[in-house]
Design a protein around this ligand. Structure first.
Ligand code: FAD
Length: 330
């Protein structure tokens, strides 16, 4: 039965058993350092598998949550609130940009620039905003978001998947806040990116089931779908990209399963800042000049020739995609 265009509900009612989240900690035996903290942070569960030293490392950090959902009753809101609660309990500073509540301007226009334009005849958004950033002439809302980003050690983007991507209001945040000069430049990209000391991740809900986003699913491989946001936006600006948190087909998940998913998310959040980031091709593997066309070096290609998989989801080199390259760290 098709419930709506985005979701497919298999025969029968909503799922009864908790589904495994896209990320979930594998059960392990406790290593010696895995002891309960003397001064447990409030809200920290007795069963938490997060090492004590990791909790301490997180206490002085700042977390920015860029959040896009219209309703405080939504699952996205619950996922955002869980992150606020966990990081606050850990002693972190938490900043939320609640884009719909802020009525965040989603469209980049000349209004983003105070004062005279350099070339009003042929308005080029990236060039004008770069100059305005250098001269402190960007609009106040962009400056405010820049200030939040400067403080952040971790940025979490919380949203419902819209058209295989972020909702327009969040795309507007990306377009307007990741200003050229401030967030990237030709010299400061990828491994050398402006935000190389920061972490970022996507946390999102979908209408479609997980199986629809498998390599043989009707929507195609989720790893391919994640590449533009995770590589094209986050890693492009230098962020260390953490594995995404995906809440599959959340509206068609039973209340118990949703509660279990939120608990698993809270457990993950406690150790999030210590997680290994996803793997991308290192910048040094490319000829970083216009003559070389910024392509993979010949010796690297030669080395890759004998490997069964491509380097990453998009640096596939005509080979099979490395499985889970955009959903799990190596
Ligand atoms: C324009 C548009 C484009 C879209 N494109 C896509 C697409 O490309 N691919 C795709 O897969 N989907 C797509 N969708 C579907 C969309 O991704 C889902 O509708 C969305 O992810 C659902 O998330 P939500 O937070 O809005 O869910 P909600 O409907 O708000 O929540 C789901 C359920 O969780 C419950 N809930 C709320 N809080 C809690 C709590 N604390 N504990 C337990 N349960 C709770 C709610 O009551 C509700 O029953 C699209 C939708 C739109 C509008």
């Amino acid at each position: 039965m098709l419930r709506d265009a985005w979701t497919y509900q298999p025969h029968g009612s909503s799922r009864k058993v908790p589904v495994k989240p896209s990320w979930s900690p594998e059960p392990t035996s406790n290593p010696p350092y895995l002891q309960r903290p003397q001064n447990k942070p409030p809200g920290h569960s007795e069963e938490s598998p997060v090492p004590v030293r990791n909790l301490c490392l997180q206490a002085d950090k700042t977390v920015l949550i860029v959040y896009a959902h219209q309703s405080p009753k939504s699952f996205n809101c619950a996922a955002k609130d869980a992150a606020v609660q966990v990081f606050t309990d850990l002693g972190c500073k938490v900043i939320v940009s609640d884009l719909y509540a802020m009525k965040f301007q989603a469209v980049g226009t000349a209004d983003d620039i105070k004062g005279k334009l350099k070339n009003p005849e042929h308005f080029l958004y990236n060039e004008e905003t770069m100059v305005a950033w250098k001269e402190g002439r960007l609009s106040d809302d962009i400056k405010e978001e820049h200030h939040k980003l400067e403080q952040a050690d971790l940025v979490i983007f919380q949203f419902p998947l819209y058209w295989f991507s972020v909702p327009a209001i969040m795309k507007g945040w990306i377009d307007r806040v990741l200003t050229q000069g401030f967030a990237f430049s030709l010299q400061n990209l990828y491994d050398n990116g402006m935000f190389k000391n920061k972490k970022a991740m996507l946390s999102f809900t979908t209408g479609g089931m997980e199986s629809m986003y498998l390599p043989d699913g009707i929507n195609g491989d989720i790893n391919v779908l994640l590449w533009p946001l995770q590589n094209g936006v986050l890693r492009f600006c230098g962020f260390q990209v953490l594995a995404p948190q995906i809440f599959w087909s959340i509206a068609h998940t039973s209340p118990d399963a949703r509660a279990a998913l939120l608990e698993a998310w809270k457990t993950r959040l406690q150790g999030l800042l210590n997680e290994k980031p996803l793997s991308f091709a290192h910048t040094e593997l490319f000829d970083l000049n216009f003559q070389g066309g910024f392509r993979l070096r010949a010796d690297v290609k030669e080395e890759c020739a004998s490997k069964p998989y491509g380097l990453t989801t998009a640096h596939h080199l005509g080979k099979p995609l490395p499985p889970n390259n955009q959903t799990k760290p190596e």
